[in-house]
Design a protein around this ligand. Structure first.
Ligand code: NAD
Length: 509
């Protein structure tokens, strides 16, 4: 059966509280990665559709931003209940377009739900400051206000969680949103929009614009869009940051990663092996916080590699709906690209310990399969080491000392996440101070901060001054005003506190 014969449904846009069919007729296929066929098409917005989505958000802003904090908070409480109630439905959608196993899809929803729960606290998060009597009869205070229309552009690998890193705080703070999801798995965003409507969100506050580069460029250059929150690969993040800021927008652009796990000789090697498997092969390695390089301080490498290989052999690879441990990759093209790195490793003299190309999946033979792959003695000059591979490939680099391992991590152009495994608290403390990375795990392999901290890396993993969610998220989606105010005491009207004429620059007294 060909792609076009199966792909009958077209995912359109969600504009002003309604499904809008594609007017342009431009579409791209959406695959079920475990079946290896396109099951849907997705609309690729043209200029009219881009303007319609931005126009809908612009029209909704005055009323939504004027609504009381209590009423905006009530929508978040209601949405939280609906998300929790219907999360199994959303997990099915994620698995059918991304390929990750159902449990993993539920995990990403749970991490997104955390940010919704944080946003239910928006009255506290938006509180200003107040200083009484900064000068005689004068008070100073600050207030936070929403920006206006905000754009969110998300990647394929977390079709629910990444939008939920931004949406709840943006909306609860009084902004209106245009979300441009990945064209590879657009349906989770449409589902979120429907459920926000059920939660009582007024039409136009949250719009979903499906599309490709043209839709992204439409958001980046529109004078009606105040900010851009982007998550994706580093070259696109850099482009988005540069283009968005050139057009006067506030931009946070989270980019790619190459996360190292540093293993010291005193570490618990069974704990390390379990975590290397979980963080290397969970979601088929398609996580920006996946561990892709294990840096082992000798003499423990042989023992550790044997433990990791033994565990990799026990993993069940297959259709995410069948209770497997690891699903397929997102597209055939991406699977082939990741698999080609195994050939690169061979050519560069690395040792293939576990070869994912020989996998026997529990799933359709046309699925985009690649099994867990473990590669030892990877030269740090190899593209397997330098590129972000974004698949189930775990590279091992052997070093002779902590200092050599640290230098390797700090030389990386990326600085998203890293982890140290050791039983030496002093070494761990030194690492947390020395390493040039934004998120650090100590005997924890995927240190994604909880919602009340902020998520973001250093160097080429984040362009802009604000991380996602937490305090940075509130700061990103609001603008502060400082007010200096004088109300004369009624009993002193016309008296000495009036101050009289004084042309000097105001100072405290
Ligand atoms: P991607 O960069 O290909 O796409 C991200 C978004 O940009 C999508 O919405 C896509 O439609 C759009 N886009 C693609 N090409 C574009 C172009 N030329 N101009 C403008 N927009 C364009 O990323 P992806 O493959 O969807 O996602 C995987 C990448 O995202 C990995 O590099 C991963 O590390 C990164 N990621 C980073 C984080 C983080 O927090 N740092 C989180 C998740 C994913």
């Amino acid at each position: 059966m060909t792609t076009t014969e199966t792909a009958t449904t077209t995912v359109g846009h969600w504009i002003n509280g309604k499904h809008v069919a594609s007017a342009s007729g431009n579409t791209a296929p959406v695959y079920d990665p475990a079946l290896g066929v396109a099951t849907k098409q997705v609309a690729l917005a043209n200029d009219d559709e881009i303007q319609a989505a931005i126009g809908s958000a612009t029209a909704a802003f005055p009323e939504w931003s004027d609504l009381s904090l209590a009423k905006r908070q009530a929508v978040m409480f209601s949405f939280r209940e609906i998300l929790n109630r219907d999360k199994a439905e959303l997990a099915e959608i994620i698995t059918s377009e991304h390929g990750k196993v159902i449990d993993d899809a539920l995990g990403e929803i749970a991490r997104g739900q955390e940010v919704v729960e944080l946003a239910t606290n928006i009255p506290s998060l938006m509180k200003g400051e107040f200083s009484d009597q900064v000068s005689t009869g004068i008070d100073v205070y600050s207030i936070r206000q929403p920006l206006g229309v905000v754009g969110i552009i998300s990647p394929f690998n977390f079709p629910a969680m990444v939008p939920l890193w931004f949406l709840p705080i943006a909306i609860a703070a009084g902004n209106t949103v245009v979300l441009k999801p990945s064209e590879k798995d657009p349906s989770a965003a449409m589902w979120l929009a429907e459920k926000f409507q059920e939660a009582g969100l007024p039409d136009g506050v949250f719009n979903v614009l499906n599309g490709d580069k043209a839709a992204v460029d439409g958001l980046l250059t529109s004078p009606d869009v105040q900010s851009i929150s982007f998550v994706g690969s580093t070259p696109i993040a850099q482009y988005v940051y540069e283009t968005g800021t050139k057009h006067g927008k506030r931009v946070q652009a989270l980019g790619g990663a190459k996360n190292h796990m540093l293993v010291l000789p005193d570490a618990d090697l069974d704990l390390v092996a379990d975590n290397a498997i979980n963080a290397g092969f969970g979601s088929a390695g398609e996580r920006c916080m996946a561990i892709s390089v294990v840096v082992v301080v000798e003499p423990i490498a042989d023992e550790l590699i044997a433990k990791i290989a033994e565990r990799a052999a026990t993993l069940r690879i297959g259709d995410g709906r069948r209770g497997c441990d690891m699903g397929p990759l997102v597209t055939e093209q991406h699977r082939d690209k990741v698999a080609s790195y195994i050939e690169v490793a061979e050519q560069d003299g690395a040792v293939i310990v576990v070869d994912g190309r020989t996998v026997r999946p529990d799933g359709d033979e046309n699925g985009f399969w690649l099994g867990p792959t473990l590669i030892d003695r990877v030269p740090t000059t190899s593209r397997v080491y330098t590129d972000e591979v974004f698949g189930p490939l775990l590279a091992v680099v052997r070093v002779e000392s902590y200092a050599e391992g640290l230098a390797l991590i700090n030389a990386s152009p990326y600085g998203n996440g890293t982890a140290i495994f050791t039983n030496d608290g002093g070494a761990a403390r030194r690492f947390q101070r020395d390493v040039q990375v934004g998120m650090i795990g100590i005997n924890v392999p995927i240190p994604v901060p909880v919602a009340y901290y902020s998520f973001g890396g250093w160097k080429n993993s984040l362009f802009g001054d604000h991380k996602a969610y937490g305090a940075d998220g509130v700061s990103f989606f609001t603008r502060q005003k400082a007010i200096t105010s004088r109300w004369a005491d009624p009993s002193e009207r016309g008296g000495p506190s009036h101050g009289g004429i004084n042309l000097g620059f105001p100072s405290n007294n």
